[in-house]
Each structure stands twice: as structure tokens, then as C-alpha cells.
Design a protein around this ligand. Structure first.
Ligand code: HEM
Length: 340
């Protein structure tokens, strides 16, 4: 019997290797979230585990949803929050606006202040609360969206932690072609400011940035996917002489142009601003294949972004059994700006 296994195992492994593409092979992340998820078999933690394992999708583009006439569940208030955010995040042209791009960055900066050694921080709303985090230089430019989100919080009395992540997911789908990412609520609000020094520095080396994200459980493939959020971005503080330059040619649309634009010679893209960090990561040996794989592949990128951002949106979260799926309250996916 052991002889048969000895023979079957290499054949089976070879078969799996053939099935897995090179990208899937280096997609594996250290799995910091998988640890607290172990041993929970309730439907939501199980769904999260399945998404992180690549068995299920984090993108709900095709799901229909309509606000119920009588609403009685934990998601009711989010229908109202969603209506308010649509009004704040969408231009009359149908594209997403400065509030939307700031909300996308805000969600990342709230959750991203965490690593494997942290005893607090992560997706806990601390950046929106009164702990002074907004005055840290790395959060420059997030003051207006914080004020807007705080007013939404006080009107609807939702948690700061959930609102920061809900606003991120709302903003991505508000951008035409942006994926409608599954959104879970039920996180606990912070009791103190997040640890310092855990957000990426735009002038850091690619090796340091990769290591920083790895300490959050984020692989190089996930990092390449996440940086695509700069498809919707502008800069104001890296080079103040080029304030409001966008990071790709179409900042109002969630598309893959950013990946190609970043690879070009800046002389050929005079109207955009290339962040030094994006530039060095896009050509790094551990990132470049993933980076190029997203060019012109919006659906593939959307799936990768959804999976990677789900991980970000749960950094530091431990109460997985209390999470509720409120994806139905998000606006519907729009393939272009003119769709209402
Ligand atoms: C290596 C990692 C990263 C670095 C060094 C970085 C750095 C920056 C910098 C310097 C800006 C411009 C800020 C300004 O001058 O106004 C910016 C903007 C932005 N970033 Fe990142 N970022 C990183 C990762 C991410 C991730 C993971 C996300 C989202 C998941 C994200 C979303 C955004 C967005 C949406 C903006 C535009 C904000 C606006 O226009 O108001 N970034 N980022």
C-alpha cells in the first residue's frame, strides 16, 4: 500500500503543477488571516476562507439587488449609507470623483496600519476617529474625505471601522467598470490609534515595499493587483508642482490603463504622474509578471483585486463569526459611465 502512495504522489503533484499557471503558483500569501479563521465553520467565515483560497469569487458583479420595502436585518442602514455615498462619489458624467478616489485610499490607510506583530490597528476605523492619526504625514490629503465620512457616520450611526471599508467598496463600484466587491460588516471600532510606520513610503525601494506588504500577509501578486487602485488616483503631495496630476490617463474609470501607463517612458505620458514606488515595483523581478498580466484583462484584475482587498479589509479583525454580508446594498456594476 505505501508503495502505491509513493508512486501516486509524484504523479498527482505533477498533475497539479500542470493545472496551475505560473501566476497561480506565486499567488500564495503567508496566510496571516487564515490563522484566526481556522476552526470556524459558520457560513461567513467559511465564505471568507473560500474566497481567500481562490475557491469562490469576491466579485458580485452579476448579482441583482433591490432595497426591500420593509427592511429588518443588519444591512438596512447600509441601504441609506449607500444612497448617500452614491450622491457623494459620482460625477454627473457618471465617472467617479475626487471623493471616491480619496475613499479608496482611506480604506487602505485605515486597514493597512497593521502587521503580523501588531496587537491593535488594522481595519478598525481609527483613522476616522479622534486619535490624531489624520495628522500623520502619510495621511495627508485624506482630511476632506474623513470629514465627509464622519458626517455619514454620525447621521447613520454605523461603526467607523465598517464605514471605512464599506466606503472603499462603494467607491470602487461607483467608478465605471469597477468591481462590485463583497462587503462584510460587524468589525469592532478602535480603542486607540494604529501603530505608526506601517504604511508604504512612496520613495522606498521595491524590496522594502514587498517586505512591508508580506508582513501584512500580502503576496507580490496581491500587491500588484492592489496597486491597480492607482487607476483611479491623483497625487498632490509627492510633487506639488504637479498637484492633481492623475496616475493614469483615465482616473474617472476603473480600468487597466494604469498598468501600461506606468511602464511607459514619462516623456511619452506628459499628462500623468508616475509614482516612484509604482515605477520600481512594476519592473521588480517578483512583481513584473503579475503587473503585465493585468494589462487589458479587466475581469482577471477585478477578481485578483477583490481577493486581495478582502484580505486588506480584514487586517486585524478577529470577530469573524459576527460578520454579516451586506453586498446587496452596494450600487450595481456599470460597464461604462453612461449606464445609470
Ligand atoms: C506601495 C504601496 C503604495 C504607495 C507607496 C502609495 C502611495 C500613494 C501616494 C504617494 C499617493 C498620492 C497622495 C497625494 O499626493 O495626494 C497615493 C494615492 C492613492 N493611493 Fe496609493 N500607495 C500605495 C498603495 C495603495 C493601495 C494598496 C491602494 C488601495 C487599495 C491605494 C490607493 C490610492 C488611491 C485611490 C490614491 C488616490 C487618492 C486621491 O486621489 O485622493 N494605494 N498613493
Amino acid at each position: 500500500m505505501p508503495g502505491k502512495f509513493a508512486l501516486a504522489f509524484p504523479i498527482l503533484s505533477l498533475g497539479l503543477l500542470v493545472l496551475a499557471t505560473p501566476l497561480e503558483q506565486h499567488e500564495v500569501a503567508p496566510g496571516l488571516i487564515e490563522d484566526p479563521l481556522k476552526g470556524t465553520s459558520n457560513p461567513i467565515p467559511q465564505l471568507i476562507k473560500d474566497i481567500l483560497a481562490g475557491v469562490k469569487s469576491a466579485v458580485a458583479n452579476n448579482a441583482e439587488s433591490k432595497k426591500p420595502l420593509i427592511c429588518e436585518d443588519a444591512c438596512c442602514v447600509w441601504w441609506n449609507v449607500s444612497e448617500k455615498l452614491t450622491a457623494e462619489f459620482r460625477e454627473t458624467t457618471g465617472e467617479c470623483n475626487d471623493n471616491a478616489r480619496a475613499a479608496i485610499r482611506f480604506g487602505f490607510h485605515d486597514a493597512g496600519s497593521w502587521d503580523e506583530k501588531s496587537t491593535h490597528g488594522g481595519a478598525d476605523g481609527s483613522l476616522m476617529m479622534d486619535f490624531g492619526e489624520i495628522d500623520r504625514p502619510e495621511n495627508n490629503g485624506l482630511q476632506s474625505i474623513r470629514t465627509l465620512l464622519r458626517s455619514v457616520q454620525s447621521t447613520y450611526n454605523v461603526s467607523y471601522a465598517d464605514l471605512a471599508q464599506y466606503a472603499h467598496n462603494h467607491a470602487t463600484v461607483t467608478c465605471p467598470r469597477g468591481p462590485r466587491l463583497m462587503v462584510f460588516v460587524g468589525r469592532k471600532d478602535a480603542k486607540k490609534a494604529a501603530p505608526k510606520g506601517l504604511l508604504p513610503d512612496v520613495h522606498d525601494s521595491a524590496d522594502n515595499l514587498i517586505a512591508l506588504f508580506q508582513r501584512k500577509g500580502i503576496s507580490t501578486h496581491d500587491l500588484a493587483a492592489l496597486l491597480g487602485a492607482h487607476s483611479s488616483a491623483k497625487q498632490r503631495f509627492v510633487d506639488e508642482t504637479k498637484a492633481n496630476f492623475s496616475l493614469d490617463t483615465t482616473p474617472g474609470v476603473w480600468d487597466t490603463k494604469f498598468y501600461n501607463d506606468t511602464l511607459q517612458d514619462p516623456k511619452d505620458r506628459p499628462t500623468i504622474f508616475q509614482l516612484p514606488s509604482d515605477k520600481v515595483l512594476s519592473v521588480h523581478s517578483e512583481v513584473k509578471d503579475s503587473w503585465r498580466s493585468f494589462i487589458g484583462q479587466g475581469k482577471f484584475w477585478g477578481e485578483a483585486y477583490g481577493k486581495a482587498y478582502l484580505r486588506v479589509s480584514l487586517l486585524g479583525v478577529k470577530n469573524f463569526n459576527h460578520l454579516v454580508d451586506c453586498t446587496e446594498t452596494l450600487p450595481l456594476f456599470r460597464a461604462n459611465a453612461t449606464v445609470p
